[in-house]
Structures are given as structure tokens and as C-alpha cells.
Design a protein around this ligand. Structure first.
Ligand code: TRP
Length: 466
């Protein structure tokens, strides 16, 4: 069995681990990216295939990742290496962890840009609350186009975009620098329960006021002709993004779990909570979109443009808007913290430097890429880094990072993880640790060994060629 790293930290309890992992999973991916992807990929076909991906691919991969981490008790590349060595396989398998750490770093850089938009809207609604008072709707007396224009307005302001991005990144760095129990766990334990409280309140409110029936029809009507290879790849990518998979995030969190934690059950809770929040977010956002007569397929602007319009007509609109964006901020912060933790844990263990120093080094790197992403909405709008590849033609820096990580790194990382856990790692080591018994255990083995790698490879190849 692998020895713990010097100074290796652990979660203080099983529920702390669950809250941190759910905190990592639930974030902008659920509230902002899921509705946008669903809208851009035709609604129902995407959503149902997404649920299929979570159950058949996401869940088995999630269990595999936390298992690798818990066995290794170290940063992601080192954990994979230790499990490989303990299985008499080559330590070279550690490269799965290495690519993952790199991809997490890339995601962090653009994730904090969107985190900055959330902070902007908190400011907007707070200012509006101050102006219009408690009971009225938000932005009283302003035209809907005006409210919709808030986001393009922000996009046009490069300095503001960069400032907000760096502010959000700095907040993330603050908590990661404080360490596992007093930083990462602290945000999860205090912010996630608050998030769920606000989220339930707002969803129930939305269900009673918006165009709920149309949204249900849109999200759950399965039209087989709409399920193209590109839609499938988008759904797989979204499932991985939402569950924080394929890029070392969950390996890193698994490493702080103790031997007593039942990883099978825990994975089920994480995937269940994450999927519930994504679907509820869709059910909260689309009724409002349809009621306001907006298009479902506008993409990234969906959450930021449609919801503020809806809050206009609501009593207590400014207050609810403010609460909503504070809630998104909490969810986003617990996720960005996990994105920063994966590369940071590697950096400080690998180079034997302190955690705060490693946090600063990784954070500075993410700041540089983040500025390029922030500017792709204005000054660098015409800069298409991978423009020579059809899949990324006319795709700016921000969208390229998002696309490359979700459509390449995550599926490839997951395929390799399945091959490693299913075929290379010593089955006895893994079976003792996964917390599954009987039929479930067999099902998991079959999924990891055969179904996931094959289905993923087919979707990846078809999606890329399409
Ligand atoms: N899952 C998060 C979300 O839905 C994003 C995220 C956090 C993530 N950590 C990750 C994505 C690690 C990939 C890998 O917002």
C-alpha cells in the first residue's frame, strides 16, 4: 500500500468530502453551461442523451477517479503512478494525471472569466436594489433590450472584464492557499448549504411564475433526428464538465478521502446531486426564456441575459436577482477552488514548495490565459487560435479553450482512465476499495472495461469527423 505524502491532508469527515465534491461538481457548468449547451443542441435530444451519459459513463468514471486518488493519497499524476506501481505496471501511466492537471489549469483560466461576469451582475443587482427599493421589479422603467444589453455592454469593456476575472481568480487563490480543511472544506461546508437553500427557493418561485409547460416540453421531448454525432459529443463533454471528470479534479479530491469512506455510495450522491441541479436549472431558466419570447439557442448569454429580464417583472425582482447571482457565485467558487487545487497540489508536492507559493505560481499562469480569454470578447474577438481546424473555425480564444477541454481532453482523459482502471490496475486493489458489492460491482467492471471506453471512442471519433 502506498505511503502518505509528507504533510498530506485529509477531509475532516465523510460529509465534508461529499460537500466538497458536490461543490466541485455543481457550478457554472450546471447553471450556465448546461442550459446554453442544451439550447444550442436542440433541447430534448441533448438532455436525454446527457442523462444517459451521466449514468452509463459519468458515474463509472467518477468512481474510477476517486478510487485512484484515494489509493494514491497524492496529487493526480502521483496517485496514478502509485496505483500503477502497486499493480506492477509502468509508472508511465502517471501521464493520465499529468494531462488532467494541465487541462484543469486551462479550464480554471476561462472559468474565472465567467465567474467575473457573475460578480458583475451581483454589483448590478445590488445597485438596482439600492435605487428602486425592496418591493419593485428589477430595472424599473428600463426596456428589455436595455437589460439584455448589459452583457454585451460588459463584453465591450475590456478593462472591466480583465479586472473582474482577476478578482474572481484571486478569491479562488485565497481559499486554495489556506489548504484542504481550513480553505477548500470551509467554502464547501458554509457555501454549499446556502446555495441549495437559495436554489430551491428560486426554482420553486420560477416554476410558479414562468412558462413551465413549454420548458418541460422543450427539455424532455426526445426527437431522435436531432441526435447527431456533434450533439452526442457535446453531451458527453457537458457530462464530464459538470461532474468535474476527465481532468484530474476528482482524483485530487479522492486523495483527501480516508479509508472508511464508501466511494461507491459517495459517487452516487455526487452524480445524483449534480444532475438534479442541472435539470432544475434548466427548468428554472427555460420557462423564463420562453415567457419573455427569447431564443433558446443564444448560447452563453442565456443565463445572463434571459434571467435579468424575468426579474424585471417579478415583485422583489432586484432582491431575487441579487440572491440568484450570489447563489451562482457560491457554486462557482466551490468549483473554481477544485480546478485550482488539482494543479496546485501537483506543483507543491512535485517541487516541494509551500502550498501558498504553489497557489501563486499556478494562479499567475491562469491569470495570463484568463486575460486572453477575457479579451476574446472585445479586442481579441477576431483571434482564432485553432482556426485551421474545422471544429474550431472562427472560434475565439475563450471558446477554443472551452471546446478543446470539453471535447478533447475530457473524453480522452476518461477513456485512458477506464483503460487504466479496467485493464491495467490490479483488480484486487481496486475491488477492495470501491465499496460496491455483488451485481453493482460486476456492472461497474463491465462498464469500465468495455462499455465506457468503446462508447466514448465511437462518440469522440464520430463527433470530431462530423
Ligand atoms: N464541474 C464544475 C461545474 O460544473 C466545473 C469544474 C470544477 C470542473 N472542477 C472541475 C470541470 C474539474 C472539469 C474538471 O461548474
Amino acid at each position: 500500500m502506498a505511503a502518505s505524502s509528507v504533510g498530506h491532508e485529509n477531509w475532516s469527515s465523510r460529509s465534508a468530502f461529499i460537500l466538497a465534491a458536490v461543490g466541485s461538481a455543481v457550478g457554472l457548468g450546471n447553471m450556465w453551461r448546461f442550459p446554453a449547451e442544451a439550447g444550442e443542441n436542440g433541447g430534448g435530444a441533448f438532455v436525454l442523451f446527457y442523462i444517459f451519459c451521466v449514468l452509463l459513463i459519468g458515474l463509472p468514471v467518477l468512481l474510477s477517479e476517486v478510487l485512484i486518488g484515494r489509493h494514491g493519497q497524492a496529487n493526480a499524476p502521483e496517485s496514478v503512478r502509485r496505483l500503477a506501481r502497486d499493480s506492477n505496471a509502468s509508472g508511465g501511466w502517471g501521464f493520465i494525471g499529468s494531462i488532467g492537471v494541465f487541462a484543469a489549469f486551462l479550464i480554471l483560466s476561462f472559468y474565472c472569466v465567467v465567474g467575473g461576469w457573475v460578480v458583475y451582475y451581483i454589483g448590478i443587482f445590488a445597485g438596482d436594489l439600492f435605487q428602486t427599493g425592496l418591493t419593485g421589479g428589477a430595472f424599473e422603467g428600463r426596456a428589455a433590450e436595455d437589460v439584455e444589453g448589459l452583457l454585451p455592454g460588459l463584453f465591450g469593456n475590456g478593462a472591466m472584464m480583465v479586472g473582474l476575472n482577476l478578482g474572481f481568480l484571486a478569491a479562488t487563490m485565497f481559499f486554495v492557499a489556506r489548504g484542504v480543511s481550513s480553505g477548500i472544506e470551509w467554502v464547501a461546508v458554509y457555501l454549499m448549504p446556502l446555495f441549495f437553500l437559495l436554489f430551491l427557493g428560486i426554482t420553486i418561485y420560477g416554476a410558479f411564475t414562468g412558462n413551465f409547460g413549454d420548458a418541460v416540453a422543450y427539455l424532455f421531448t426526445f426527437d431522435f433526428s436531432k441526435l447527431t454525432p456533434a450533439v452526442m459529443l457535446a453531451a458527453v463533454g457537458q457530462a464530464f464538465f459538470s461532474l468535474s471528470l476527465g481532468v484530474a479534479g476528482m482524483m485530487t479530491y479522492g486523495a483527501y478521502a480516508n479509508r472508511e469512506t464508501n466511494l461507491g455510495h459517495t459517487s452516487g450522491i455526487i452524480a445524483g446531486a449534480d444532475t438534479a441541479v442541472a435539470l432544475l436549472a434548466g427548468l428554472a431558466i427555460f420557462p423564463i426564456v420562453f415567457a419573455a419570447g427569447l431564443s433558446a439557442s443564444i448560447g452563453p448569454g442565456l443565463m445572463f441575459q434571459s434571467l435579468p429580464i424575468a426579474f424585471q417583472a417579478m415583485p422583489f425582482g432586484s432582491l431575487i436577482g441579487l440572491a440568484f447571482f450570489i447563489m451562482i457565485f457560491f457554486a462557482a467558487l466551490t468549483s473554481s477552488v477544485s480546478l485550482l487545487e488539482a494543479p496546485t497540489a501537483w506543483t507543491y508536492e512535485r517541487f516541494k514548495i509551500t502550498r501558498p507559493l504553489a497557489t501563486v505560481i499556478v494562479g499567475l499562469g491562469a491569470a495570463v490565459l484568463g486575460v486572453l480569454s477575457a479579451l476574446s470578447f472585445n479586442t481579441l474577438g477576431e483571434f482564432y487560435p485553432l482556426g485551421f481546424i474545422p471544429l474550431f473555425a472562427e472560434t475565439n480564444f475563450f471558446d477554443t479553450l472551452d471546446g478543446v477541454t470539453a471535447k478533447l481532453f475530457m473524453p480522452i482523459g476518461a477513456i485512458l482512465t477506464c483503460i487504466f482502471v479496467g485493464w491495467i490496475a490490479d483488480a484486487r486493489l481496486i475491488d477492495n476499495e470501491n465499496g460496491l458489492d455483488g451485481g453493482l460491482h460486476l456492472l461497474w467492471r463491465v462498464l469500465v472495461r468495455f462499455v465506457c471506453p468503446i462508447v466514448l471512442t465511437v462518440i469522440l471519433v464520430m463527433g470530431l469527423l462530423a
